[in-house]
Design a protein around this ligand. Sequence first.
Ligand SMILES: [Zn+2]
Length: 350
Amino acid sequence: MLLSSTAYSAPGVTYYGGYHTVAGHEQHDAAVAAAHPDLVKLYDIGDSWTKAQGRGGHEIQALCITKLAPGDCALNSTGKKPKFVLHAQIHAREIVTGEIAYQWIDLLVSSYGVDPELTALLDTRELWVVPIANPDGVDVVASNPARPLLQRKNLDDSAGGCSTGYPGVDLNRNSSFHWDADQGGPCTEMYPGAKAASEPETVAIQGLLAKIFPDTKGAEDERAAASTTGVFVTLHSYGNDILAPWGYTDTAAPDREALVALGNNMGALTGYPVSTGDGGIGYFTPGSTIDWLYGTRGVPAYTFEIGPRTGWCAGFLPPFSCVSSTFWPLLKPALVYAARAAATPYGRLP
Ligand SMILES: [Zn+2]
């Protein structure tokens, strides 16, 4: 089966009761950047796989939101403001996650000069957002608006077709930190790709993060510098968990105690427990985004598995009303907290 995101393009800007298509997110990103030139810089950070193949696809977009001063939101690590990065929908079928990013963008741009706490945040932090980390996959999901398709991976079918299962690379197993070829074959949901960072989506996010965060960490078994700034959260669903490095091993990360302490503070706001390693269930995640960022730059990095495991709002495809009734009220305080903590993530919250 040849997958191309053009063939799967969903009409319109929303699907399944209100969830935003990739086109919907792109329109939104452009609109907030145009309406708030004092607050928003919009970047294309790289191609999706089908775009790189010349088969349709998308640029992957990143927004940097702050009260812009000279030097802010540049693609380098010399900016003065600590950075919080929210990254969503790397697994395309985890459809709530992109909506949380959408809500977060709207909250930030509508609060400057209105809400004192958020105004202070925008004065002192860079809030980076990658709303759709896997746009090709989201095109497939949204192509059946009444019952979204459960595409998890990107659309790289270069390893061959699949008589059972789906082609594509699991972008949360494709990073260049402890990439592990043994995660599964090309038609399994955790196929890590032909080699580390083989996918343009991986190159795009690693490229952005490597530009904006200095490396404050030496060898793998060394701690990050106490002066490290920044926090990174990648949104996944569904569960009720916060995962912290390492994900590839049960060996404790050198900063495990501090990583778990910050995770626990976010967990106190969401009700999610924090785990590392295999989480006690044999579920290792070699090649994950969070291991790569903490392991190569020293930045505290977390996976939020959002959403109730059971009930009306559980599953990959909750009704759209669950975004505003359940997910957003739960996650908003934790995201604000994470952004504040970006100033001294290994220390006490200022
Ligand atoms: Zn996921």
